[in-house]
Design a protein around this ligand. Structure first.
Ligand code: FES
Length: 90
């Protein structure tokens, strides 16, 4: 089972994906919040809508949510490979 959320983002956004999700009442697993542990990795529908360090992007459209900075609205979801990253409404 996969869960997804549509995140509405202003083009001038400077907040990370993790910060935006938290501001919208979502809980995402995290640890270091600085791009080292990988715990916060989430899949998005379009990598072109996310700025940030390309080395932190996965081949499966995944990004480290603590480093990725969305520049447009996007869908964020989890797959079977990322089952540890539960995303849910509080
Ligand atoms: S929380 Fe550790 S890489 Fe994002």
């Amino acid at each position: 089972m996969s869960k997804s959320v549509d995140l509405f983002v202003h083009p001038s956004n400077t907040l990370t994906l993790l910060e935006l999700l938290e501001m919208n009442g979502m809980t995402v697993q995290y640890n270091c919040r600085s791009g080292f542990c990988g715990v916060c990795r989430l899949v998005v529908n379009d990598l072109s809508k996310v700025d940030g360090d390309c080395e932190k992007r996965g081949m499966d459209n995944s990004v480290l949510s603590c480093c990725a900075v969305p520049n447009d609205s996007l869908e964020v979801f989890m797959s079977g490979d990322l089952s540890g990253n539960l995303l849910y409404k509080r």
